[in-house]
Design a protein around this ligand. Structure first.
Ligand code: FES
Length: 143
């Protein structure tokens, strides 16, 4: 009679260990998720038009990052703008700065050409998605 009880007890203990392991892994995964995918909890591109402010804030021949809107807008010639998602295509972090025409991802170091969205340095392999942008009353409206 003791053998079946012992087997049953081992089964219970294994189950408890599995549950403890799963419970222990939860916060670790959540912390990792928060760190590597910040900004990934909302769409990469706007689902409705977003006003970004005065078009004049984007210099001709330059670009501006709109981190809160997760967009980057460039202007290669006066009056012609291009917008891209500023959410990295690797794991979803939002670009943190533009250095010499390259959008920098702070999480793993990917770089993107902010005039084309093209990947200049991995680990990201997909370009930034382009977002329609226009000027209305002197203000940039994207999406
Ligand atoms: S999220 Fe990994 S490089 Fe951007």
């Amino acid at each position: 009679m003791s053998a079946p009880q012992s087997a049953a007890r081992r089964t219970v203990l294994k189950g408890a260990a599995a549950l403890a392991g799963a419970a222990g892994a939860g916060p670790v995964l959540a912390a990792c998720s928060t760190e590597t995918r910040s900004g990934a909890d909302s769409p990469a591109v706007p689902t409705a038009p977003v006003e970004l402010g005065a078009a004049s804030e984007v210099p001709v021949g330059g670009a501006k990052l709109f981190r809160e809107s997760k967009l980057v807008v460039s202007c290669q010639e006066a009056g012609r703008y291009k917008a891209f998602s500023a959410q990295c295509t690797h794991a979803g972090c939002v670009l943190d700065k533009i250095v010499e025409g390259e959008g920098n991802c702070p999480c793993h170091g990917s770089r993107f050409d902010v005039t084309t969205g093209k990947v200049l340095r991995g680990p990201a392999s997909d370009p930034l998605p382009e977002v329609p942008v226009k000027v209305e009353g002197g203000k940039l409206v994207a999406g």
